[in-house]
Design a protein around this ligand. Structure first.
Ligand SMILES: NC(=O)C1=CN([C@@H]2O[C@H](COP(=O)(O)OP(=O)(O)OC[C@H]3O[C@@H](n4cnc5c(N)ncnc54)[C@H](O)[C@@H]3O)[C@@H](O)[C@H]2O)C=CC1
Ligand SMILES: Nc1nc(O)c(N)c(N[C@@H]2O[C@H](COP(=O)(O)O)[C@@H](O)[C@H]2O)n1
Length: 222
């Protein structure tokens, strides 16, 4: 059992989702409104710990009209429980689940940080030995009533999710910009596949201009 997973991201024409110096304002205003309408229409939104540490995102609906109950559940994939106490995703604006790995479970559960998170209502899910078991996580989220999940990056988690066959749809905003840089993260990093034959095949289902950007929607072929 798993939620329907939509990966949404913004990238430059050369496939970069952030520069090597961590600059990531890619989407135009119109696209950000589209993203927040999508946030409003899913049950949960998930990012990797790399994104939390780099951006300190809110992961709420704050660029279009919304009520507090429109905020999706926030899920952070954080094997080693590195989420900072000051991270905005741990505030009370929405429910938050931190998914961590079993190796770090006992030390974390007795830590002061864990108590602070618990007081804020943050929940935890442990799976996998040293790294979060993403399939088990999807199964758990589905058991919690989460039917639709928006994956919002970053590069490492995106690849792990698609490699595990857990992404159903991809919505990409391509900004008319090129930034280059061998150290700038792309839409899918991770270890990559060795051959084109191993690559994940997609089917283009929609494409349209939005302000200065181009929006492409793909179904992931399984
Ligand atoms: N332009 C865009 O649409 C977006 C850009 N970003 C950018 O992406 C960057 C962050 O990307 P990354 O550093 O790649 O971090 P990430 O957000 O993909 O998190 C990766 C981390 O997740 C943890 N993790 C735990 N279990 C895992 C598993 N089973 N598989 C994979 N990872 C697992 C690991 O600690 C791993 O290092 C940021 O600079 C952010 O600005 C992030 C989201 C959207
Ligand atoms: N769709 C999109 N376009 C961009 O240009 C971006 N930089 C991102 N980044 C993602 O949005 C998160 C910020 O969320 P809040 O506004 O703080 O709620 C950021 O962490 C990335 O996941 N997305």
């Amino acid at each position: 059992m798993k939620p329907y997973v939509i990966l949404n991201a913004a990238m430059t024409l050369d496939g970069k989702i952030v520069t090597a110096k961590n600059s990531s304002n890619i989407s135009g205003e119109e696209d950000l409104k589209r993203v927040h309408e999508l946030r409003k229409n899913v049950d949960a939104i998930m990012v990797g710990i790399g994104t939390v540490l780099a951006d300190d995102p809110r992961l709420t609906v704050h660029k279009v009209d919304a009520n507090p109950e429109d905020n999706p559940v926030r899920v952070v994939v954080d094997s080693k429980c590195r989420t900072p106490i000051a991270a905005r995703i741990t505030n009370k604006d929405a429910k938050t689940i931190i998914a961590a790995a079993n190796e770090f479970k006992y030390d974390f559960l007795v830590s002061d940080r864990c108590n602070v998170f618990k007081q804020r209502g943050v929940e935890f899910f442990f799976s996998g030995d040293t790294r979060v078991d993403l399939t088990a996580l999807m199964d758990y989220l589905a058991s919690q009533g989460i039917e639709t999940l928006m994956l919002e990056g970053g590069a490492t988690l995106n690849f792990a999710m698609i490699k595990e066959g857990l992404i159903d749809e991809i919505r990409i905003c391509i900004a008319p910009k090129v930034v280059g840089g061998v150290n700038a993260k792309t839409l899918f990093d991770g270890e990559g596949f060795d051959t084109m034959d191993e690559g994940v095949n997609l089917e283009l289902t929609d494409s349209f201009s939005l302000g200065k950007d181009l929006i492409l929607t793909y179904k992931v072929l399984k």
